[in-house]
Design a protein around this ligand. Sequence first.
Ligand SMILES: Nc1ncnc2c1ncn2[C@@H]1O[C@H](COP(=O)(O)OP(=O)(O)OP(=O)(O)O)[C@@H](O)[C@H]1O
Ligand SMILES: [Mg+2]
Length: 237
Amino acid sequence: MSEPLVVENVVSGYDQADVLSGVSLTVSEGQITCLLGSNGAGKTTLIRAILGLTPARSGRICFGDHDITHQSTHRIAALGVTCIPEGRRVFPRMSVEENLRVGAYTESDREAIKKRFAEVFAIFPRLKERADQLAGTMSGGEQAMLSIGRGLMSAPKLLIVDEPSLGLSPLLVKENFRVIKRINELGVTVLLVEQNVRQTLDIAHRGYVLAQGRIVAEGDAVHLRDNEEVRAAYFGG
Ligand SMILES: Nc1ncnc2c1ncn2[C@@H]1O[C@H](COP(=O)(O)OP(=O)(O)OP(=O)(O)O)[C@@H](O)[C@H]1O
Ligand SMILES: [Mg+2]
């Protein structure tokens, strides 16, 4: 079977400028693959290229047996690629339950939706307790859980998470990583985009380091932890 996501030599960017200059990476079935990189490295741009929002100018992106390089965002989502965006963006004036329901909008089978609610509530009991609460009145940590829960409601084959720990307290960051690990253990393939190197490499199987639109290091998470380039760039030498 082919790997869920294969990105080959992708060039992408905005207006005249290229942000990504030939990025290649593979996300393996059943694993957490991480993409590390500092501010402005091009991480979100790569996600946008995968989702068809900032299409690749050259190169190729395949999801399973499908070449998705020039597919619409809608079609890519329908294939099972779900992204939890930077900044979490829940619908503040909708209840927790309504927010979750939006995540399952492509599913019309009521039983399937019910099952997904049960799965999400098993991972996040707090969301069940707060089902009727307006999302905008919940704490930052609860909103973070809700955004992940909403992503899971689509029953993704590949879950892409863009900097989930940004802006959270250390305790919530820890909880967030624990949840992502658990989701992966339940069988979801994950592409985790982060700046939080240590904790990301603790839960990831493999990883890539992006700097100025190029992959500068890659390998097993254990090896990346010892990699000089990664250390120099992220741990201050
Ligand atoms: N909509 C846009 N229009 C023009 N340039 C953009 C746009 N979005 C991002 N850029 C530029 O592309 C480069 C990469 O940005 P990108 O958002 O991909 O980085 P990132 O690695 O996700 O950073 P961060 O960790 O801050 O989220 C930056 O120089 C940024 O200014
Ligand atoms: Mg970003």
